[in-house]
Design a binder for this molecule. Structure first.
Ligand code: SAM
Length: 213
């Protein structure tokens, strides 16, 4: 077994210890090679359970955060999922491995192009675009799930409007220091919210997010 596979196994054990129980998510995280999504300087730390810097002063999320958000999203094979904040493309790859139809939006052109190229090279068929994800992607709505991987000051209403019946929106909401993850389910047009523990994300910047500083 190669060193990177050992590292991935260790990462998996840690995820299980921390409460990730969905076997499909665990095997997707075993399969996707996170070291391909990080900057060359951080390849040796790719399987540490930590967020790491990527281009444009952004981050690839911590593996536990990716696993936890995906588990809360409860995607099925063929679920139509919108991700806001493509970043490195890692979360999108995990969703594609789960058999989801993935749509992803990134506001930084360099990250969008880099992620698109990598995801294509790895054989994932993902629809991606550069733009402000706080207004969603109406063309393909409604979605069975929407995952926002940046910190929002409040829940953007366009995202609620683009959620299918029974669909879930997973979004960190709070101030710039700390956010709580909200899991909002569309139950027949009424939205049920569950709040789970604290996370720290880079800000969601856009029309329905934070102003650009
Ligand atoms: N999902 C990413 C991954 O797997 O690498 C993590 C990305 S990082 C934590 C959050 C990303 O959200 C950043 O790349 C940031 O540029 C992007 N972002 C922030 N505001 C956005 C917006 N309004 N629309 C789209 N992307 C946004």
């Amino acid at each position: 077994m190669g060193r990177r596979e050992d590292d991935r196994n260790e990462m998996l054990s840690l995820l299980k210890e921390r409460g990730i129980t969905d076997e499909r998510i665990l095997s997707a995280m075993m399969k996707v090679e996170r070291h391909l999504f990080v900057l060359p300087a951080f390849v040796n730390r790719a399987y540490d359970d930590t967020a790491l810097p990527i281009a444009s002063s952004q981050t690839i999320s911590q593996p536990y955060t990716v696993a936890f958000m995906t588990q809360e999203l409860q995607p099925r094979k063929d679920s139509k999922i919108l991700e806001i904040g493509t970043g490195s493309g890692y979360q999108a790859a995990i969703l594609a491995e789960l058999g989801c139809r993935v749509f992803t939006i990134e506001r930084h052109m360099d990250l969008h192009l880099q992620a698109r190229k990598l995801l294509e090279r790895l054989g994932y068929r993902i629809a991606s675009r550069c733009g402000d994800g706080t207004v969603g992607w109406t063309e393909f709505a409604p979605y069975d799930g929407i995952v926002v991987t940046a910190a929002a000051p409040q829940v953007p209403d366009p995202l609620l409007n683009q959620l299918a019946e029974g669909g879930k929106l997973v979004i960190p909401v709070g101030d710039l220091e700390l956010q709580r993850l909200r899991v909002i389910t569309n139950e027949g047009g009424s939205f049920q919210t569950k709040e789970v523990h604290g996370f720290k994300f880079v800000p969601l910047i856009g029309k329905k997010g934070w102003n650009q500083g």
